[in-house]
Design a protein around this ligand. Structure first.
Ligand code: PRX
Length: 651
């Protein structure tokens, strides 16, 4: 780790105990789950697995742990789609609404568990008709429409692993992921609605196919927006044509507890995204458990809404698998929070009577900017629990959420976790924990987190690196196709510990405060983007000789991507060239990774050993004082960079 930089912010001493009216009805209100898990965490998770899920074959061993490889619920067999659908229908709850889906233009679909099951069965037969079998992988590149969870669940019914690719990613990103996973099929849509317009998806898949993804044999296309994309004969098929022919007879196949459920690619510190592997029994146990206790779920009466995109892990675990395993009714929304108006979320909450809202600090900061008048236009009194995820929540945003959305009486659950952890890891339990604004509080029962210092010694007070010291059911099982990288990335920094990449602080009361990434990964609007990946995309532009990327501080997005570039040969610096370089990254990686600012500089500050001094570049981006620059090869470069940064701020 080159730059630990554990910054500790001021002590926050406001505390918020669970409101008595909340505790009076909460799923858990005391330390009993913690006590049980601390006494025997394997037995605790075994109980959760048996109580929350339905198994075709009970497991014989709870955990086999050969560091860093875990197997949970060994010998057990179950099917995820059965647990998410059939068992609720069999119990007579088929008429219960699974999703209230709201399209961005205002179109609405209500899908019951019974209807969802029928669609899933039919689509699993479509998958089979393409010769897909247990163990195969398919890529899914879709907008937030109901066919997305249908496709995912259909995969799980027959043991095919899905790899969902966020709809904002580029053709290159699709190619890389399809090649790495050897995906045989891509499921997509012509387009999806975003801010009042159809944002094309199928044309991007076509570009990907032109670049080359040889494992892909077929493409299934949902007609969402009627944009009439080009269809290649024999390769491209309309979803509605296939479904019209498909039988709805498809038994859920029992899967081994450790059967691969899905891959989800995430950025690391290198340019190549990692295919994070999640399996069946452990994953479903932890997402069902956390969804029930962290959100205080009452499946009979709640209308739960996670306003994330299924393209990220939050959507996998807390729009699809957790909520459906628990048999609850969810809202699913296609579009953005500002279309048609800046009160979109509050309007949806009022109309459906939403009881839990799960969103991100970046969204909350945007709502703050739009003003409290927007939520005040609506009745939000049905809300019971407010969740946040994706990045540290600053105390002002926490307080705004508490006051303006929570009416000062709804518990807030600030949930820390990662793509790799599969489910919530550190979070308050709303009927138990006294919260502090900005603290994720404590590990959930059955999860053990410890901070360590540079030498790997446990820190019991103050700043350190966040590690997880025991395996947990929904932990990643590896990086697809790269066992060594898995060991190296997560288990080699501190012996015997999973190192998450985050810095944190433990306060005097034993509360954890997450302080952000300590590696070269940026967090932009709650999304992980690797500096290296953006740097590679920058130097891919013909005018760029060298590039360094840092995450600057941004009021709304948390961090913003700032790219410093040195031009090649005779290229002249200009605003147009800077914009063109930014766009180039947008095309290579997707808009989400497009730098907010590209600063063209004559040179980059490097240490005498030739390492780019990122901290300095971050300080420049943030307009901070520069501190000690004596290890620089040429200190003059810094002032020149600072001047360029100031210029580009004025633009
Ligand atoms: O830095 C942490 C931050 O998001 C990273 C994980 O990103 P990703 O795998 O994309 O998953 C995001 C959604 C689970 C973490 O390493 N992070 C996530 N939640 C929090 C957080 N940082 C602080 N507080 C959180 N609640």
């Amino acid at each position: 780790m080159s730059e630990p930089a554990i910054e500790v912010y001021e002590v926050e001493d406001r505390t918020f105990p669970p409101p008595p009216a909340f505790t009076a009805q909460a799923n858990t209100t005391d330390s009993s789950l913690y006590d049980e898990a601390n006494a025997d965490y394997e037995a605790f998770w075994a109980r959760q697995a048996r109580e929350l899920l339905t198994w075709n074959t009970d497991f014989s061993t709870t955990l086999e742990w050969e560091l860093p490889f875990a197997k949970w619920f060994v010998g057990g067999e179950l099917n995820v789609s059965y647990n998410c659908l059939d068992r609720h229908v069999e119990a007579g709850r088929g008429d219960k609404v699974a999703f209230h889906w709201e399209g961005e233009p205002g179109d609405k679909i209500t899908l019951t568990y019974d209807q969802l099951l029928t669609e899933v069965k039919k689509f699993s037969n479509v998958l089979k008709s393409f010769g897909l079998e247990k163990g195969d992988r398919v890529a899914i590149y879709m907008p937030m429409i109901l066919e997305l969870p249908i496709a995912m669940l259909a995969c799980t019914r027959i043991g095919v692993a899905h790899s969902v690719i966020f709809g904002g990613f580029s053709a290159d990103a699709i190619v890389d992921r399809c090649i790495d996973a050897e995906a045989r099929l891509i499921i997509t849509a012509d387009a999806g609605y975003r801010r009042g317009a159809a944002a094309p998806l199928k044309p991007t898949v076509d570009q990907a196919m032109e670049i080359g993804a040889p494992s892909v044999e077929n493409i299934v296309v949902v007609d969402r927006c009627g944009t009439d994309p080009a269809m290649v004969d024999g390769r491209d098929h309309w979803w509605h044509d296939l479904m019209a022919e498909a039988s709805d007879n498809s038994p859920a196949e029992p899967m081994d507890s450790e059967q691969l459920l899905y891959l989800l690619y995430t950025s690391g510190t290198t340019a190549k995204p990692k295919g994070i592997m999640h399996t069946t029994g452990g994953y479903l146990t932890q997402v069902a458990f956390t969804h029930k206790y962290v959100f205080d779920l009452k499946p009979e009466t709640d209308i739960y809404w996670c306003a994330a995109d299924i393209g990220w892990v939050t959507g996998h675990s807390y729009i699809v698998y957790g909520p459906l395993a628990n048999g609850c009714t969810s809202v699913m929304y296609e579009g953005t929070p500002d279309t048609p108006g800046k009160d979109r979320l509050w309007d949806i909450i009022e109309r459906y009577g939403v009881t839990q809202l799960y969103t991100a600090p970046t969204a909350i900061r945007m709502f703050m900017k739009w003003g409290a008048e927007e939520p005040q236009k609506h009745d939000l009194s049905t809300l019971r629990v407010l969740g946040t995820v994706g990045e540290p929540i600053n105390p002002e945003a926490w307080m705004w959420y508490h006051e303006h959305i929570g009416g000062e009486e709804r518990p807030i659950v600030d949930t820390w976790w990662q793509t790799e952890t599969g489910g919530n890891m550190i979070t308050p339990l709303p009927g138990v924990t006294t919260t502090k604004p900005g603290s994720a509080c404590h590990p959930i029962p059955g999860v053990f987190a410890e901070l360590v210092d540079d030498n790997g010694e446990v820190v019991t007070n103050g700043g350190g690196y966040l590690t997880i010291s025991k395996p947990w059911p929904s932990m990643l099982r590896g990086i697809w196709g790269d066992e060594e990288r898995y060991r190296e990335t997560y288990w080699s920094t501190y012996e015997g510990r999973y190192f998450a990449g985050d810095g944190a602080k433990l306060d005097d009361d034993g509360y954890l405060w997450l302080l952000g990434r300590v590696d070269d990964v940026m967090n932009v609007s709650g999304h992980r983007i690797s500096t290296t990946e953006v740097e590679s995309a920058l130097v891919d532009h013909p005018a760029v000789a060298e590039a360094a990327v840092v995450g600057g501080t941004d009021e709304i997005t948390g961090q913003a991507i700032i790219g410093y570039v040195i031009l090649r040969g005779t290229h002249e610096a200009s605003q147009e060239l800077g914009d063109e370089i930014r766009e180039h990254v947008g095309v290579k990686l997707g808009k989400i990774a497009r730098p907010k600012t590209v600063i063209i500089v004559p040179d980059l500050p490097k240490t005498r050993s030739g390492k780019i001094m990122r901290r300095l570049l971050r300080d420049v981006a943030d307009g901070r004082s520069l501190g000690d620059t004596t290890t620089l090869a040429d200190p003059g470069v810094v002032s020149e960079i600072a001047a360029k940064a100031a210029e580009s701020d004025e633009d």
